[in-house]
Write a protein that binds this ligand. Structure first.
Ligand code: BT5
Length: 242
């Protein structure tokens, strides 16, 4: 695909900047990376803590004429982060459906894909990835639940090397996704998943219900078995792995 990387010191959110560029016609492979974000965002209106020391990056993708969902791209990106952390640093990373990469049961990365459609076609997807690389401190509410590469390795890492390693992996996996579809991605994703086989809770008509995660469908949705039936659950269903 070929990348064109735009570096910033500080932006509101790299997803926001990348969306603006994509809306003005920026080509596939446009990358926005910032040293810090003042309004880093997570899913469902949540905040993403983004001080200097992290890799905060968004990539514009234009999978035209392909029946992918943003969720396929999210899962693909989680896989790329997990294998990059393993390949570059020997970290044992697992993926929590749909978008968390975790090390020793703490969140080290989050992925946020945002899609813009035109009619029934995808106009663009902005793939946002946040990896905690060399974070000096976490606020109180994240201290116990988040980690960073430096904390895991006991040494600083190069954010540039991390970015290049991740972009390389994304380029390869995205190529597979376009050529062969989601199936081969999902197969590899499963090897890193720590969600399948676990109990999950999700929102259902105002209340919450529970079931067992038994797989992931080709659209990226989670397959949950409950009372003899298998349900497809989406990220908007506020899923919690128990
Ligand atoms: C995510 O949302 O995990 C998606 C995060 C995506 C961030 C990237 S950074 C580059 C790009 N530009 C953006 O503006 N965003 C993307 P979600 O699954 O909703 O998780 C959000 C929750 O994770 C928060 O409510 C916190 O509990 C926790 N959290 C916030 N900041 C964190 C951090 N730095 N490390 C670990 N956990 C964090």
């Amino acid at each position: 695909m070929g990348y064109r990387i735009h570096h910033y010191e500080r932006v509101s959110s790299t997803n926001e900047v990348a969306s603006k560029l994509a809306g003005r016609g920026a080509p596939e492979g446009t990358v926005v990376v910032a040293k810090a974000q003042s309004k880093g965002r997570g899913r469902l209106g949540r905040k993403w803590f983004s001080p200097p020391g992290g890799l905060w990056m968004s990539v514009v993708l234009r999978p035209r004429g392909k029946p992918f969902e943003a969720l396929n791209i999210t899962l693909m990106a989680g896989l790329c982060v997990a294998e990059t952390l393993e390949r570059l640093y020997g970290l044992e990373a697992v993926i929590k459906w749909p978008n968390d990469v975790r090390v020793r049961d703490k969140k080290i990365c989050g992925v946020l894909s945002e899609m813009r459609t035109r009619g029934r076609e995808i106009d663009y997807v902005v793939l946002g990835v946040g990896v905690n690389a060399n974070i000096g401190f976490f606020p109180e509410d994240l201290c116990e639940v988040a980690t960073c590469i430096r904390r895991e390795l006991g040494r600083e890492v190069s954010i540039k090397d991390l970015m290049m390693g991740l972009l390389e992996s994304l380029e390869e996996r995205y190529g597979v996704l376009l050529r062969e579809g989601f199936e081969p991605i999902l197969r590899d994703w499963m090897r890193y998943s720590d969600t399948i086989g676990r109990r999950v809770r999700f929102r259902d008509r105002g209340g919450f219900v529970e079931g067992e995660a038994v797989g992931v469908d080709l659209d990226g949705s989670l397959l949950v078995k409950m009372d003899g039936e298998t349900r497809r659950v989406f990220t908007s269903d506020y899923v919690y792995v128990i």
